[in-house]
Write a protein that binds this ligand. Structure first.
Ligand code: GDP
Length: 371
């Protein structure tokens, strides 16, 4: 860079005078002159082919960027996201991945189990993606998997990919984005996908609607064996794993396992032809992890041979088609210019008791249809 000050004083140097004035040290500017050259943090969206090629070549950074696009609620991102999803869907329909839903109440040892079981799975030559559905994550800033230090080994495993729950408000929205993320991960070569959720609320049903196999983690404990988890969740489980079966807890865990086996035997036969069972496991001693993977593989062998694997996936696809239509219709309605202008007036009229809620809804829908 041209040093203005030095040049200016340089004229005096030619005089060869005793009164020569030294230029001194040129001070650095107080404002960074390169500031405008620092790349903006906001990343430009690339064409869909950039993400698709990156995903197919297994580039994890591009996979993460593509998931961020899929999770984005910006309209300008949706078209590229849809293109990526469609390409990945075509690809993932050709692979026979294992989508495993995992649930259990907080404190059951879910993170520790996923870390231990996930590491065992990758040691067996699989590539594992760990995703989560946590509709509360916006409020709690990501209670599940938000804190990656809880899964340090898996985070540093080149064959594992961990992605926290998307933090978009409604359960439906979060679930849909997770379902799309599964497709992207499978296209990137992850053949085992964990979809984790907390064992409370409605999110189990959402996880069930996108997984092939449902694993329920349960604690052993005096008298509370059949409590804490709703019967419906037990009924949809393909396997119950009693956690923390180590040290002084081994006997209690075995007792709980026997109890759950009996309870599961009382449920009506499953459509898959699979007989759900219970096992014990310890994330500390790693006991039971091998048996759990063996059971899971037995399940996949069965359902792939009897056609249930494909049937369930197709039914899930139908479910997601309707979910997408419902989402799309809602979005179109609420984003309609006329509707968003009228909505506050109708809302006020309903609040003031001047208009019945059903009439208000009917009128707004009629206006939307242009009647
Ligand atoms: P989460 O809330 O279900 O994710 O539970 P965490 O994985 O955070 O575990 C809850 C507590 O149980 C922690 O203190 C863990 O150290 C402990 N824990 C988890 N797995 C095991 C296990 O296999 N054996 C024993 N003894 N403790 C465990």
């Amino acid at each position: 860079m041209k040093q203005q000050q030095g040049d200016f004083f340089g004229d005096y140097h030619n005089n060869d005078s005793a009164l020569d004035i030294q230029g001194g040290v040129v001070q650095p500017p107080s404002v960074n002159p390169y500031l405008d050259r620092v790349p903006k943090k906001k990343r430009e969206i690339q064409p869909a082919s950039y993400y698709i090629d990156g995903i197919f070549s297994g580039d994890r950074t591009i996979l993460s960027q593509a998931i961020t696009l899929v999770e984005s609620s910006l309209h300008s991102h949706r078209a590229v996201a849809d293109e990526i999803i469609a390409a990945c869907q075509r690809h993932s329909s050709k692979t026979e991945s294992m989508r495993i839903g995992i649930t259990g109440v907080p404190g059951v040892g879910k993170s520790t189990f996923i870390e231990a079981f996930g590491s065992y799975i990758t040691s067996q030559g699989h590539r594992l993606a760990v995703l989560a559905i946590d509709p509360s994550s916006e409020r709690s800033k990501g209670s599940i998997l938000g804190d990656k230090t809880r899964m340090e080994t898996l985070c540093n495993d080149p064959n594992a990919f961990i992605r926290p729950s998307p933090s978009a408000g409604s359960l439906g929205g979060v679930a849909r984005k997770t379902r799309e993320t599964i497709l992207l991960c499978e296209a990137a070569g992850f053949d085992v996908v964990f979809i984790e959720t907390v064992g409370v609320g409605q999110s189990e049903t959402a996880v069930h609607s996108m997984s092939d196999f449902f694993l329920l983690l349960m604690l052993s404990g005096a008298g509370d064996e059949l409590q804490g988890i709703k019967r419906g969740i037990m009924e949809m489980s393909d396997l119950i794993a009693i956690t923390k079966a180590d040290g002084t807890n081994v006997d209690k865990a075995n007792m709980a396992m026997a109890l759950y086996r009996n309870a599961l035997a009382l449920f009506p036969p499953t459509e898959s032809g699979w007989k759900p069972t219970a096992l014990t496991s310890s994330a500390v001693t790693k006991a039971g992890l091998e048996d759990i993977l063996r059971k899971i593989k037995e399940y996949f062998e069965l359902v792939k041979s009897n056609g249930y694997y494909l049937k369930k996936r197709r039914e899930q696809a139908r479910f997601w088609m309707y979910e997408s239509i419902n989402d799309g219709l809602k979005e179109m309605f609420y984003e309609d210019e006329n509707i968003s202008r009228l909505l506050p007036y109708y809302e006020e009229a309903v609040l003031e008791g001047k208009l019945e809620s059903f009439s208000a809804a009917g009128e707004l829908l009629a206006k939307y249809k242009g009647e």
